[in-house]
Design a protein around this ligand. Structure first.
Ligand SMILES: Cc1ncc(COP(=O)(O)O)c(C=O)c1O
Length: 502
């Protein structure tokens, strides 16, 4: 009855509102107090009201249980590769792709000279694609006009049609009477994958490859990440024009053997990324002899075989091993269409090997990195268009040469000299005179200044394991002719006009 009185007040208005709220609250409080007193003092926890089915488990204790289990683990491989890149090569690429220069849309953006793309003949690719779109989607030949040719499983190491088309393209690119045997080919999703597949085939975890420096920065990723293979730099120097010598190779071989590390091969980049040097026939013979003596393999990355635009001719190791009495079993070539035919997004590469066991294993491994059937159809169509391919190869060489001459002349006006090379997509610029202190630190200071103040991304030599600080790789095939002037103005802004040594 007592409860009814104030509630009546609420209903009746005046003063009832206060009493109507306070009195039920007070009653509830005293009821709680009374129940608490009656509970035994030895009973530490109230009966669980959580949804847990486990007796006595509270929210609090399940959280602490989770915490004591530690964070959810991922593999050590994933942990190490998930870390942000600290290499200036990848940092620079990210910076430039996050704020890309465009003459009209983003004139203060970063000019990309670090990414190996050759955009100089993109117009030809675009033209061909627009003219042949229907053909390559549907297939040229009668019988190909169905989805079944591309929707069903295809051989994971590539169709014979594409291997034949690739063999024809490679011979055309070299421009001499060199023939490639399609049955010795294994097609992969890019050269990156071809190199890694070869590593799996030739070496065990902890084995090593000798690699002449300066070398393509991503060899460290492609060869080491998943295979556990080691790369041993063989240093080449400016006084030798960064040309490899057998004595440097021998020295690196002996030093590595002393550490009880097994060397499984030499990785060559010919034409070389980043310097643009070509290995002579004599040097290739010496390398083959060296490999036989030491009983190791040779992997020759010839991805720039068609990007040659000077007097010197490119000699493939396939020609040398075929012409003399060398053991072919230890020779493996990688090639692809990311550079000579500007299709890096299409992801097509290949292993060309003389070793049946390697081919057998590589074929099976391509299940993890095969080229999709529509892609293969596109390429068969494009590579079989002889008129287009011949025109592309010729125009490409001419445009690279013209752009290189323009770019190198611009650097020279600033007092920056480049090594004398006429292949690949780069010039290898000597900025030793421009680094604030002699050493890797000074080189990186200049690189940062060029990136942050000049807004141009170059690849510092240290990212290519170059032993001498102050060298930079400039990929000029990403530029329009008009951009060259902007690049030079920006470099001038950072370094002024000074003379570099030798
Ligand atoms: C020497 C060399 N090998 C391999 C690659 C990777 O080629 P892909 O894009 O076909 O994987 C590159 C790319 O720059 C390269 O320069």
């Amino acid at each position: 009855m007592r409860l009814v009185v104030p509630l009546q007040g609420v209903a009746q208005g005046r003063g009832g509102l206060l009493l109507g709220s306070l009195i039920p609250c007070a009653l509830f409080y005293f009821l709680q107090l009374y129940l608490k007193r009656r509970r035994s003092p030895s009973d530490p926890s109230p009966p669980s009201t959580s949804s847990s089915n486990q007796p006595g488990m509270t929210r609090h204790s399940s959280l602490s249980n989770l915490l004591s289990r530690g964070p959810l683990r991922i593999s050590s491989l994933a942990t190490s590769i998930a870390k942000p890149d600290d290499s200036p090569y990848y940092m620079g690429l990210d910076r430039a792709s996050g704020d890309p220069y465009h003459r009209i849309a983003n004139p203060d953006g970063v000019i990309q000279l670090g990414l190996s793309e050759n955009r100089l003949c993109f117009d030809l690719i675009e033209k061909w694609t627009s003219e042949n779109l229907r053909d390559w989607v549907m297939g040229r030949e009668v019988g190909d006009l169905s989805i079944s040719g591309i929707a069903t499983y295809q051989p994971s190491d590539g169709t014979m049609k594409l291997k034949m088309a690739m063999a024809g393209f490679m011979s055309r690119v070299i421009g001499r009477d060199v023939s490639y045997e399609p049955s010795q080919m294994v097609l992969t999703a890019g050269v990156t994958s071809a190199i890694e597949t070869l590593c799996f085939c030739l070496a065990d975890h902890g084995n090593a490859f000798l690699v002449p420096t300066p070398y393509y920065p991503s060899f460290d990723r492609d060869m080491k990440w998943r295979t556990g293979v080691e790369l041993i730099p063989v240093h080449c120097r400016s006084k030798d024009n960064f040309v490899l010598s057998i004595s440097a190779l021998d020295q690196a071989f002996n030093q590595t053997r002393k550490r009880e590390t097994k060397i499984r091969g030499i990785l060559l980049s010919n034409p070389a990324n980043p310097v643009g040097n070509l290995l002579s026939r004599k040097m290739l013979e010496a390398l083959l002899k060296f490999a036989e003596e030491k009983n190791i393999h040779i992997v020759s990355d010839e991805i720039f075989a068609g990007s040659i635009y000077g007097e010197k001719e490119f000699v493939s190791i396939a020609e040398v091993v075929g012409s003399e009495d060398f053991d072919k079993n230890r020779v493996h070539i990688v090639y692809g269409l990311s550079k000579d035919l500007f299709l890096p997004g299409v992801r097509v590469g290949m292993i060309y090997s003389f070793n049946e066991n390697v081919l057998a294993a590589a074929r099976k491994l391509t299940r993890f990195s095969s080229v999709s059937a529509p892609t293969q159809r596109l390429l068969v169509s494009m590579l079989s268009d002889t008129r287009f391919i011949v025109e592309y190869i010729q125009t490409n060489k001419k445009r690279i040469r013209d752009m290189r001459d323009l770019f190198v002349a611009g650097l020279e006006e600033l007092g920056i000299k480049c090594t004398d090379s006429r292949s690949s997509l780069y010039c290898w610029a000597d900025m030793r005179n421009l680094i604030p202190t002699y050493g890797e630190k000074g080189e990186l200071e200049l690189w940062e200044k060029l990136l942050n103040v000049g807004k141009i991304n170059l690849t510092p030599g240290s990212a290519c394991h170059c032993i001498e600080p102050g060298w930079f790789r400039c990929c000029f095939t990403t530029l329009d002719k008009d951009d060259v002037r902007v690049v030079m103005e920006r470099i001038r802004k950072v370094v002024g006009s000074r003379t570099s040594c030798g």
